[in-house]
Structures are given as structure tokens and as C-alpha cells.
Design a protein around this ligand. Structure first.
Ligand code: TRP
Length: 339
């Protein structure tokens, strides 16, 4: 966190696909950073609905519903529309134009080598083959980033290949068209990394059904916490238990403010004589304290969805102006500004 507050005067661009509610893993991995970074930088956050459609073409309903859910999650955790410009990707046609020109600067083989795309293709098991739009989404992501001349893109490890391809396109464009209008960017990898699932699997993810969602009400939260995976060898209260790889303690490390208390619990757990239920009840209190204001803020905004759409509309207008300016420079550099 110390490192984060030293990041200043950057143009930051980041975002998410609107395919589901955000969970506490998202908070640890990205949302908490955005809340800090918005103070000293120019920050844009995109709701990547066009990208989400690349593997949901037959499900536009799902994407549309999640646009507003995602916006509510953002606002609930403290992404402040006065400090951060939140926008909807599909409403900025200039992105599609940029993508068209960038498509010509990338070889087909380069796309097939993208490790994130490879993994996603394996997971998705597309029945009729990979949609072309899906295969090329890294190129449209290069438009998302370069359209703002972003200098800093805080993303997880899986997005690193997208940053690489963005910088390749930027360098190639500037070289081929003898310009410096596009800018390379740096990726930042979250220092904390990812939160495990409540089932102990390495990743909290919707498809694994092991998430605590930011909007989960108290009773659901309690049920999830009390059912969490712990050390499977910690059978009796007297037994000594493992803290390493025990998600209950990983969550406490991420969310508890009383560090001394956590250290004390860890020591007693390892020594033997401390039951899982006691630790889980404490974790429930910790998460309840963390989530209560988030839920309240969400409920406030939910009462006035018109205002939320207004925030998105304004953010999209501002963003469109920025991207349109980049597109003008791109067309000038290419010499296709005829009129
Ligand atoms: N690919 C990102 C994800 O799946 C979402 C995204 C789209 C994005 N465009 C971006 C992230 C630009 C950072 C910058 O989560």
C-alpha cells in the first residue's frame, strides 16, 4: 500500500467485464487499489461490455444486467465518480475504429500464442470453434488502453499478455506511421495477489462457486464463513492446526485491523486448544464490519438507479472525447484524414 500512494500523475486505465457480481477477492486484488489511486492520478475505469460479449453473443441480457451491478459494486466500495471516470465500452464507437487499424498490425500467430486466450479457450469449450471476436479481443483491449494514452494499467498476472500486445501495437504503429502519438504503458501486478476461495482452492471465482460477494447479506456471509475450509487435520480442538494455506487465516490477514489479535489466534491455533468455530466467528465479525458500509452504500445507490446511469453516461461522454482525440491523431498519422 505504501508503494501505491507514491504513484502520482499517471493516466490509469483499468476495468472489468460485466459478467457477474464482484467478490472480496476482487476487492483485495484490484478495487482497493483503485480507491487509493484515484486520489493522485487521472483514473478511468471501464465496464468492458463489448469484450464480455465476445464469448456471450447469445446472452446479451446477462451482460446488460451486470453493467449496472458492476457500477453499483464500484460505487459501493468507494470508487468516487468525482475522482474516477467510469464508462461503458460499447458506447464509444471510436474504440472499434482504433481496433480496425490495429488489427492490421498483429499477425495471426501472435494471437494464438497468447497464454490467457489459450487458457480461456480451454475453459470455454466453444462448441462451434472460437469466435473471431474473442480471438482478437486483446487487440480491442489495446484500443481501450492506448485510446487514453494510459501510462499505468493496474491488472492481475493474467492480463500481462494484453499489456505486452498493447505495447507491441503502440511501438509498431509509431514506427510504421512515423509518429509518437501512441504511448506505451506499464502494468502493475497487485502486491497482495489473489484470495483463495472459501473451499480452499487457490482462486476465488464465480465458476468455482466459492466466492463471498461484496453484496452478500449477513446471513449468507455467516453461512459461508462457518462452512469454510480450514486445516483438514485439525480434527479436535486440542489438536494443533495449520495456519499456512488455511483460508480463514488468509482472510484475517487481508481484512482484520487488529493484527495483534490475529497473531494471538494464530499462535493458539498452532499450539492446539483453539477451535475452528471460534476463529470463524471472529472472521465473520471482521468481514461483517468490512462489508456493512459497502452494503449500505450499495443500497443507497440502488434507490436511485437513474443517478447511477447518469454517472455512467457522463463518464462515457468524457471518455469518448479523449478517445476521439486519439483517433484523430491516429488517422492523421496514417494520412487517412481526407476531408
Ligand atoms: N480483460 C479484462 C478482464 O477480463 C477487462 C479489460 C478490458 C481490461 N479492457 C481492459 C482491463 C483494459 C484493463 C485494461 O478482466
Amino acid at each position: 500500500m505504501k508503494e501505491l500512494s507514491s504513484i502520482k500523475n499517471e493516466i490509469i486505465l483499468t476495468g472489468d467485464r460485466p459478467t457477474g457480481r464482484l467478490h472480496i477477492g476482487h476487492y483485495v486484488g484490484s478495487l482497493s487499489q483503485r480507491v487509493i489511486l484515484q486520489n493522485n492520478n487521472t483514473q478511468y475505469v471501464l465496464i468492458a461490455d463489448a469484450q464480455a460479449l465476445t464469448d456471450n453473443a447469445e446472452n446479451p441480457e446477462k451482460i446488460r444486467e451486470n453493467v449496472i451491478e458492476l457500477a453499483l459494486d464500484y460505487l459501493a466500495v468507494g470508487i468516487d465518480p468525482n475522482l474516477t471516470t467510469i464508462y461503458i465500452q460499447s458506447q464509444i464507437p471510436e474504440f472499434m475504429e482504433l481496433t480496425t487499424y490495429y488489427l492490421n498490425l498483429v499477425n495471426e500467430g501472435r494471437l494464438h500464442r497468447n497464454p490467457t486466450i489459450k487458457t480461456e479457450v480451454e475453459q470455454r469449450k466453444f462448441a462451434d470453434g472460437v469466435p473471431v471476436g474473442f480471438l482478437v479481443y486483446p487487440i480491442s483491449q489495446a484500443a481501450d488502453i492506448s485510446g487514453f494514452k494510459a501510462t499505468f494499467v493496474p491488472v492481475g498476472d493474467d492480463q500481462k499478455p494484453m499489456i505486452e500486445i498493447t505495447n507491441e501495437i503502440v511501438r509498431r504503429f509509431n514506427r510504421v506511421y512515423k509518429t509518437d502519438c501512441l504511448k506505451e504503458c506499464r502494468a502493475s501486478i497487485p502486491p497482495i495477489g489473489r484470495l483463495p476461495g472459501i473451499d480452499g482452492q487457490a482462486k476465488m471465482s464465480k465458476s468455482l462457486d466459492n466466492c463471498i460477494y461484496l453484496a452478500d447479506p449477513s446471513d449468507i456471509l455467516k453461512k459461508k464463513v462457518m462452512g469454510m475450509f480450514t486445516d483438514p487435520n485439525h480434527l479436535r480442538v486440542e489438536d494443533s492446526g495449520a495456519v499456512e494455506g488455511n483460508p480463514v487465516f488468509t482472510y484475517l490477514d487481508a481484512f482484520a485491523t487488529d493484527i495483534d489479535k490475529v497473531e494471538d489466534l494464530k499462535a493458539r491455533y498452532q499450539h492446539g486448544g483453539l477451535g475452528d468455530v471460534t476463529v470463524k466467528l471472529f472472521l465473520f465479525d471482521v468481514l461483517e464490519e468490512f462489508m456493512t458500509p459497502i452494503r449500505q452504500q450499495r443500497t443507497e445507490y440502488q434507490k436511485d438507479l437513474g443517478e447511477v446511469w447518469n454517472i455512467l453516461k457522463k463518464g462515457t461522454e468524457v471518455s469518448r472525447g479523449v478517445v476521439a482525440q486519439t483517433l484523430t491523431e491516429v488517422k492523421e498519422a496514417m494520412g487517412i484524414n481526407y476531408f
